[in-house]
Structure formats: C-alpha cells, structure tokens
Design a protein around this ligand. Structure first.
Ligand SMILES: *Cc1c(COP(=O)(O)O)cnc(C)c1O
Length: 460
C-alpha cells in the first residue's frame, strides 16, 4: 500500500515510512492512496472473531509491502497481550439501544493504548530492520503521553519526549507519565496550552534540518498508523450489533472520529458519526456554522479534549474536497495565518452528510456521569460523559447508538467525585503510583528552548 499527503507536495511512500515519519514533509498528513475495501460478507464474518484477528485482517491491508503477515501477527498479539478485557473493546448496553464501546482496558486506561501499543510494536520492528534510531516528540492533552511512554519506554534506539500543558492534566494522568523509570523517557511540563505544545511539535517538523538530524517522529494521531489501528473497533462493534450504528465520539484532535470515517470509506455501513465536544467546541461550530475558527482554550473536566485546533480535520477536509490537495494546502495555510477558515458549501455539505456535532459544558458532563450512575450503577469518565450528553441530544435514533468510552473513570477521580459524591474505585494499574518519584522538567512556551532541550538530551 502506498500513501499520499493531503497537501500533495510529498512523494508517495510506504507504510514503514509513514510509520516512522508521522507528518509528511510538505506539512500535510498521510492517507492511503486508495482505501482498502471490505465486503459485507467479510465484515459479517468479524462477528465473534478475536479482536486480534480482526485487527490483523484490517491492518494487513495497510502494512503490505512493509511487514510480512508473520511480523504483523506477532506485533498485534504482543500489542494486546496486556489488556484487562479478553474482548479488548467490549460493548456494553446502558439503555434501550444505547451502548458503550469500552476502549480503556489497556495499560494506561485510555483508548490511546489501542493504537499506541500496535504502533510501538511496529516501530521497534521497523527500526531493528533499518538499523536506525528515532526521536519521538509528542504533544499530549493527557492520555497520549502515558500511552506512548507505556508503548515505547525502555525500547532501544528511541528517545521519547512528551510535552503536556502544565497544570492542565489530571494528577493521575501526570503521574502516569512522570513516574516512568525508563532513561529514554523525557517529560516536559509546558507553560502553555495543549495547542501551544502541538504547534511547537509542528514547528520542530518544519525545521527539516533539525528533524532529519534527530530522526524526528510523531506518534500523535497525525501519524496515520493510529487511525488505521482505531478503525478496527468500528468494525467489531458493528459486526457485534449486526446493524449499522450511530457512533458518538468524544472529540479533541478529530483522530478517533476520523477513524470512523476511514472505516466507512473501507466499506463499513455507518449510520452516522456524532462529534461530541466539551466547551472547546471548534468542531461543533465548524459543522453547525460552517466556520472552522480557533477560540481560546478552556480548561474543562475532560482535559484530554481541551483542544482548539483539531489536526485530523485536515484529513476529513481533503476527503470532503474530493482529494483536492491544492485547496487543502491553501485552506490549511489560511487557517494557520488567520486561525479561521470558512468552509466552502460543497465541502460543508459532504461533511454534514456524515457528521453531526454537539457541544456540552461541565454542568452537562457532571449530569451525564450522575445519570448513567443512577440508571445503571456504572461510573463513566468525564470524556465518555461528554459523549453520553451528546447522545442524549440526538433525539430518537433509528439505529443503535454507540458511545465510545475513551477513558477509565479512575483517571479523573475529582470529576467523578463532583458528579456522584465519591471517587471511583482504584484499579490495580494505578495502585502505588502516588508513592513513586516524579521526573519532569518545567519549560516555558518557547520553541527555541524546547529545541535546545531536546538536542541536549538526544546527544546525551
Ligand atoms: C485523546 C482523547 C480524546 C479525543 O480523541 P481525539 O482522537 O483527539 O479526538 C477523547 N477522550 C479521551 C479520554 C482521550 O484521551
């Protein structure tokens, strides 16, 4: 399989190169040249299959030419060996025709593990084959960082730098990152927002001499491998329900929900994709008002979604413009300059044919946690709650509604306490973490300083 850039100025490249590069050299995002196709019979056969086998079937269409079937099978098995649920992504009913797709049973208790565990396995195999080394710089709104550290900490020939917005992630999220004892893990608490961290990562990539010198790589959802691995649960959930579903997706960087668009372009019948945002509602405004415009970033109860610039939206724009790379490049350039993009009518109508969007504030988030607890006895996390709040705004749906449950509630005990008066029980994965020493550097929001910090640590 060959991959192209949304901005049309990078040459076609292989899966391995996409994996190791993250961002395309023209600043665009990689997408497959053509989406692999699955027939209704192939999809129906996923019902009851092991998650790992479905993941292998889907990923092998992307990895062909870069990894053998044997290598991919081994990587997928290793990736999911440390999950707490044998189904990996179990579907549980919370109301009549309403379900949670539980994506938080991996090592760091968020859905980020599902893709990053695969990415880590493929990464170490790819580096071993080419004999190279890599420097990963990840901006995290809280969960990508710990998942990347769990997947890549301790691996040879890789340095991992994780930047989180200082004071804007939960204590549990911070400790999951800063208590890693691996020498190749470097935590930066950035005096800024997630968007600041993400824009520094993009600047480092744009500095191509530096990026080449340290073999810079991204494991944020700008890396297409994340999207490929996340398509899988849209297939398994639909196969299990035996009918098309409306998926409600708590959204920040638009990666998880774009994986739903990818699944649909690969032949999966998806009834609708519902974007659920918190008060950082850029995506809800883009869909509903037709103007994609960054606002100021608000700190909310669902910090992993405190994002104004949704990087993966570029992929959806490229698709909705019928692969018009020149327009996509110009549009993203305009947005970078003015922080605003008016969506042309044909693009907007294509997006609206697939997506709806609802924003919910902290009050509604707490109310959703409380309501689900009252009605089912389950405790959900505040990101899942933003999804449940959106699901309740859809009105009557002719298709089953599946809310992606993106994190374990124990990562956000304060939000849960505010909603139901008591924190959630602590799972074994988190026990004892409070007693471990934390390792992090606090740095100001200055790309030059961050670059120096990375250079000195890589050299060491
Ligand atoms: C990252 C994250 C999201 C948002 O996912 P995107 O792919 O960035 O849209 C939602 N919930 C949780 C718990 C997350 O960690």
């Amino acid at each position: 399989m060959q991959f192209i850039s949304t901005r049309g100025q990078a040459s076609q490249t292989s899966f391995s190169d996409v994996l190791l590069a993250g961002l395309a050299p023209d600043g665009g995002l990689y997408l497959p040249q053509g989406w692999p196709q699955f027939s209704p019979a192939e999809i129906a056969a996923f019902k009851g299959a092991r998650y790992q086998d479905v993941a292998f079937s889907i990923l092998s269409r992307f990895t062909s030419g870069s990894f053998s079937d044997g290598e991919l099978r081994e990587a997928v098995e290793a990736a999911y060996a440390d999950f707490d649920a044998p189904e990996i992504a179990p579907l549980t009913q919370i109301a009549n025709d309403q379900y949670l797709l539980e994506l938080f049973h991996g090592p760091t208790l968020s859905f980020k593990d599902i893709a990053l565990q695969v990415l880590g396995q493929l990464f170490s195999r790819a580096l071993a084959k080419c004999g190279g080394r890599a420097t990963i710089v990840a901006a995290t709104s809280g969960d990508t960082g710990s998942a990347a550290i769990a997947a890549l900490g301790g691996l040879a020939n890789i340095d991992v730098f994780v930047m989180h917005p200082k004071g804007r992630v939960s204590d549990v999220q911070r400790r999951q990152m800063t208590t890693s004892h691996h020498a190749n893990v470097h935590n930066i608490a950035l005096e800024g927002s997630f968007d600041d961290a993400q824009s520094i990562v993009k600047m480092l990539f744009a500095d191509t001499a530096f990026a080449d010198q340290i073999s810079l790589t991204a494991v944020n959802s700008i890396n297409f491998v994340r999207i490929a691995a996340q398509c899988v649960y849209y297939f398994t959930a639909t196969a299990a329900l035996e009918k098309p579903a409306t998926f409600v997706v708590p959204t920040g960087n638009f990666g998880d929900i774009f994986a739903g668009e990818a699944a649909s372009r690969m032949g999966l019948d998806v009834a609708r994709l519902v974007i659920a945002t918190n008060a950082n509602d850029i995506m809800a405004r883009a869909l509903n008002d037709g103007v994609y415009e960054a606002g100021v970033s608000h700190a909310t109860l669902s910090p992993s979604m405190d994002i104004q610039v949704a990087s993966n939206f570029e992929r959806a724009l490229f698709e909705a413009s019928n692969h018009d790379a020149d327009w996509t490049a110009a549009a993203m350039g305009d947005f970078a300059r003015s922080r605003k993009l008016v969506l042309p009518t044909p693009v907007l109508s294509q997006l609206r044919a697939r997506y709806s969007a609802f924003a919910s504030d902290d009050l509604e988030t707490r109310a959703a946690i409380a309501a689900v607890h009252r009605e089912t006895g389950r405790i959900i996390d505040p990101h899942t709650a933003v999804g449940v709040a959106a699901a309740r705004k859809i009105g009557k749906s002719p298709s089953p509604v599946v809310v992606l449950s993106t994190a374990h509630p124990a990562k956000f005990p304060d939000a849960v306490r505010q909603a139901i008066g008591a924190p959630p029980p602590e799972p074994r994965r988190l026990s004892g973490m409070k007693d471990l020493p934390e390792k992090l550097d606090i740095l100001s929001n200055d790309p030059v300083l961050i670059k120096q910090f990375i250079s000195s640590r890589v050299a060491a």
